[in-house]
Write a protein that binds this ligand. Sequence first.
Ligand code: SF4
Ligand code: SF4
Length: 243
Amino acid sequence: MKVMRKIIEIDEEKCDGCGQCVPACAEGAITVQDGKARLVAERYCDGLGACLGECPRDAIRIVEREAEDFDEEAVEAYLEEQEKHQPAAAACCPSQQVAVFEPGARFPSAEASGGDSALSHWPVQIHLVPPTAPFLKGADLLVTADCVPVAYGAFHRDFVQGKVVLMGCPKFDDVPAYLQKFTDIFKQAGIRSVTILSMEVPCCSALPGIVKKAMAAAGKNIPVEEVLIGRRGAILDRVQSAA
Ligand code: SF4
Ligand code: SF4
């Protein structure tokens, strides 16, 4: 039955699909599909807006409109059903869940893989890291093109130690979304320095420009080091700019 009532509205333009609103909704009324938060069903949203404060993009608001009435029994049945099908029906991809690793904590397979991982946090994909992630606060940022860790053999030893890694591809990913994400990070996180690793191929040359443009948009002047990696793994160029 439709009634006039309060219900959430998600602004698709602002939403970057980070998924932080998903666990905030006790009713399980929000899911992330195709990179955007979506309301699963009107009757699952109680209209109280517990998710509002969790959204780093200010993409959720409460509106008053005609919608299916909130149905507590339907919510209970839905949550039970979800539980049965975990993890297959997990509302958001586990790769989005923010984590900080203990310094020096080694995962058993690191031995078997031939080297220790220097990674201190998760996630690493630019799109998946919320600007509010705790590991970004005061960080030395390492922004790397997707192909660099494959081409450069000693990636962890030479670049990851002590840094927060964000990776992506300036050719295939959504560049305006990157610009916005980096601008938000530079505005909010108090980043101390940035190292940018890109490949020698022309398609990769946009990466330093994206980072510097975002820094300018955020009104920050942070020390930057740009490192150019060759396809056979050599360091071809290294340029530093002081703040
Ligand atoms: S928290 Fe905000 S930006 Fe993130 S998925 Fe939810 S609505 Fe989108
Ligand atoms: S732009 Fe090209 S080289 Fe750079 S990460 Fe993407 S595919 Fe790799």
